[in-house]
Design a protein around this ligand. Structure first.
Ligand code: URA
Length: 265
């Protein structure tokens, strides 16, 4: 790796750790090895070690990650480390050659590692590719308004995409790209264990739930993915082009809020 690539990878790793909620790094004597995502996700211990602290980002911590039974969920400090490890793998990912060659950086995901609600979009666009954060462009600004209309902040929920790299010219993700990235998406879902997932747009709905049904017929009801209840609704980019679709989206948000026992503002 050239110096500049090394520098870029190191910066990306730090950014990913930060956006995964990491606030401390271990002293230099402890190594911060980056396991493959499959290692991160498969190294599910019988029980989560009790002596793991946020500052302790050792290999042991990185491996002590996923246990998805409701009785034994990951404590917050392990979620942060697990997301940071997965994010570090994603930043090095070259599974989709074209995307790896054309991206500025991978866009892992952002938000609360303990979120009850996870939002899944399609793929990063130009703004997201530049800034390394999902949904920061025009569609993202509209999404932020929807989040606030629900009475939340962006920091309270978790936001990611079907793909972690921008497809050139914002073309739709191919099935192969979505399959390549699925391990990362499922990893994020396993670590965060959200109660609810919102699929924004047909690409998210189709890929997560393996359905070909048009989004207009998927909205307005709940699906299941693992232990999460899933709502599918129109993508914010579609709302920018078709403002009349904001009404059904707000109905979907009210359905979600009501099911969560929250009163829509
Ligand atoms: N559209 C998406 O689906 N995801 C983003 O992150 C930005 C725009």
């Amino acid at each position: 790796m050239t110096d500049i690539n090394f520098q870029r990878a190191a910066l990306q790793l730090l950014r990913d750790c930060q956006s995964a909620g990491l606030t401390h790094l271990p002293p230099p004597s402890e190594s911060l090895a980056v396991p493959a995502p499959s290692e991160v996700l498969q190294a599910a211990p019988e029980t989560i070690p009790e002596n793991v602290h946020e500052q302790d980002i050792s290999n042991e911590t990185l491996e002590a990650v996923v246990n998805t039974t409701p009785e034994n969920t990951l404590p917050p400090e392990n979620r942060v480390a697990a997301l940071a490890a997965l994010s570090a793998s994603v930043s090095q990912c070259e599974r989709c050659q074209e995307l790896a060659e054309t991206r500025t950086q991978a866009v892992f995901g952002v938000g609360n590692p303990d979120a009850k609600v996870m939002f899944i979009g399609e793929a990063p666009g130009a703004d997201e590719d530049k800034q390394g954060e999902p949904f920061v462009g025009r569609a993202g600004q509209l999404l932020t308004k929807i989040i606030e209309a629900c009475g939340w902040t962006r920091e309270e929920i978790y936001i990611c995409n079907i793909l972690r790299c921008r497809p050139p010219d914002n073309r739709n993700p191919t099935d192969e790209e979505a399959n390549n990235c699925r391990e990362y998406l499922d990893g994020q879902i396993s670590i965060i264990e959200p109660d609810y997932i919102v699929c924004w747009g047909s690409v998210a709905a189709k890929n997560l739930l393996n359905q070909e049904t048009p989004i207009g017929r998927m909205r307005g009801k709940f699906f299941e993915y693992g232990r999460a209840k899933v709502i599918c609704t129109y993508h914010p980019s579609y709302l920018l082009r078709n403002p009349a679709a904001k009404k059904p989206v707000w109905e979907d948000m009210k359905l979600l809020l009501n099911d969560m026992g929250l009163t829509p503002p």
